[in-house]
Write a protein that binds this ligand. Structure first.
Ligand SMILES: [Zn+2]
Length: 496
């Protein structure tokens, strides 16, 4: 199956107004959306939580010029294809988080298929959802169980944790750790699972005990007891208490790592990892799925049994989840964040300029990709040039903050001029084919973006060009020969 080339297209994307989003102009999602839509009035009390850039049916991007769904445009570019829609395997998002989102986990592909079969209402997708978060501002999250020694330290500093996790279960966990049982050992993971299950079920069985224990736990915090907690975790505890009083999830910072990312830092976790976003703004890349199993700290559906089953009970330090930035030698404007996952890779494009001089010589090429990508400009304005076929001059495209473009596979793009002190953009791509969502029940988007009528310049594409980066050659190609559109799940199995 061959994929024909297309053109660079400006997109219209969905905003999600989830309650945990930052309100009005306090939200980068709102400001960025308004930058791309000068007529948009930002609602002062409206939460602007997420901007979705992808083809997922819960918030599909459309081509601005034609209002066609991006998935249809992609499908038309795939030769010998009968499917009406072809999806990208990722959703790139901008997120603005006011307070804690639910404590949650995402299933593996196998687990997702099972859950979807059992309960399609709560698990609408049959696909997995690895997640990457790149901090735009100071960005806080809970991610992964703490090292075993820290959990023990907190159990000892806060006896409430032992009570809520079960005295017998907690004692067994502490004894194993004291005997030197490795945290990689299935014995210790089983002991943690027992503690975790007991604690989650306490919310159902003895909610008044949860409330009583939380009261004494907070009293201890107020008295200055810290255990393995850092001072920065104290405000997180108070915020959780305020938003989710009596919720057993308020104990989570005692056994889950509290990560604080500075702008430019990036973390990744695949399926089976317990996590919760706390505050700040980020670029998020996720698998093209909406499957979430929630544990606590949410008014939404909580599936304790599935959650207890799905977790991998890995205990480790936060640096395990960090994605190192990689400067691409031939592309000085580009920093790559490539997690151990085929669903997405993130490129940061950063150029500073003063008058005629720029931090990188212009024009500067973006890495040519044999797969489709989406780019969002978050700061500044610049001229992009898309290579054309034959002897025609490259097509010029002026783009600025708030603009979002789809770049088809094999479209060579460079930046020729920067008109602002800084140009900052993010580009997400993947060589995988996205999942087949055709059987999915469509959920109406919460907020439909309005469409503007001004068109972008038509851009012609260049003939096939081999990726210049050696590592890209090793990866599977998007939409090329021998890819079976309807066997995407099999392709995605075992990844991440
Ligand atoms: Zn998640």
């Amino acid at each position: 199956m061959a994929c024909s080339t297309g053109t660079m297209q400006r997109l219209e994307c969905h905003v999600k107004n989830y309650a945990w989003g930052k309100d009005g102009t306090g939200s980068e999602v709102a400001r960025l959306f308004a930058a791309g839509h000068p007529n948009h009035q930002i609602g002062t009390t409206t939460p602007y939580a997420e901007l979705w850039m992808g083809t997922h049916p819960d918030g599909p991007a459309r081509v601005r010029e034609s209002s066609e769904n991006l998935s249809r445009l992609i499908a038309r570019g795939v030769e010998n294809n009968n499917a009406k829609e072809v999806h990208l395997p990722f959703i790139m998002k901008i997120m603005s988080i006011k307070h804690t989102l639910s404590l949650q986990v995402h299933p593996t592909v196998e687990q997702a298929k099972r859950l979807h079969k059992k309960d399609p209402k709560n698990y609408p997708d049959r696909h997995h959802k690895p997640e990457l978060a790149y901090a735009l501002t100071r960005f806080e999250l809970l991610c992964g169980f703490r090292p075993a020694t820290e959990i023990v330290q907190n159990m000892e500093a806060f006896p409430e944790l032992q009570v809520i996790m079960g005295e017998k279960e907690s004692r067994a966990f502490i004894t194993h750790v004291e005997k030197g049982v490795s945290q990689e050992s299935p014995i210790l993971k089983k002991a943690l699972r027992d503690c975790f299950a007991k604690m989650l079920n306490a919310q159902l069985e003895t909610p008044e005990l949860v409330e009583k224990l939380l009261a004494t736990f907070y009293k201890r915090i107020d008295e200055g007891v810290r255990g393995a907690l850092i001072e920065d975790t104290v405000p997180v505890l108070h915020s959780m208490r305020q938003h989710f009083p009596g919720d057993v999830g308020c104990f989570s910072p005692l056994y889950v790592n509290h990560m604080i990312l500075q702008p430019g830092e990036c973390c990744f976790y695949a399926a089976e990892e317990l996590h919760a976003y706390l505050s700040g703004e980020c670029v998020e890349c996720v698998g093209c799925s909406n499957n979430t199993i929630r544990a606590a700290l949410t008014p939404k559906f909580i599936d304790r049994e599935a959650l207890i089953d799905v977790l991998n009970y890995r205990m480790t330090t936060p640096d395990f989840y960090l994605v190192p930035p990689e400067r691409l030698a031939d592309y000085p404007a580009v920093t790559e964040y490539a997690p151990d996952c085929k669903d997405f890779t993130l490129h940061e494009i950063d150029i500073t300029s003063a008058g005629a001089s720029s931090s990188v010589p212009l024009p500067t090429a973006l890495p040519p990709l044999e797969c489709a990508s989406i780019i969002v400009i978050v700061e500044g304005e610049a001229d992009f040039e898309a290579a054309t076929t034959g002897f025609k001059a490259p097509a010029k495209q002026y783009a600025r903050r708030g603009d979002i473009y789809y770049i088809p596979a094999r479209q060579a793009v460079s930046i020729s001029r920067v008109f602002s002190p800084r140009l900052l953009a993010y580009r997400t791509f993947s060589y995988e084919l996205g999942p087949d969502h055709s059987a999915r029940t469509l959920v109406q988007p919460v907020h439909a973006p309005h469409f503007c009528s001004d068109n972008i310049l038509p851009i012609r594409t260049k003939t096939i060009r081999k990726p210049e980066l050696e590592k890209f050659n090793e990866r599977p190609k998007f939409g090329l020969e021998n890819a079976d559109l309807f066997d995407v799940e099999a392709d995605m199995d075992g990844l991440c």
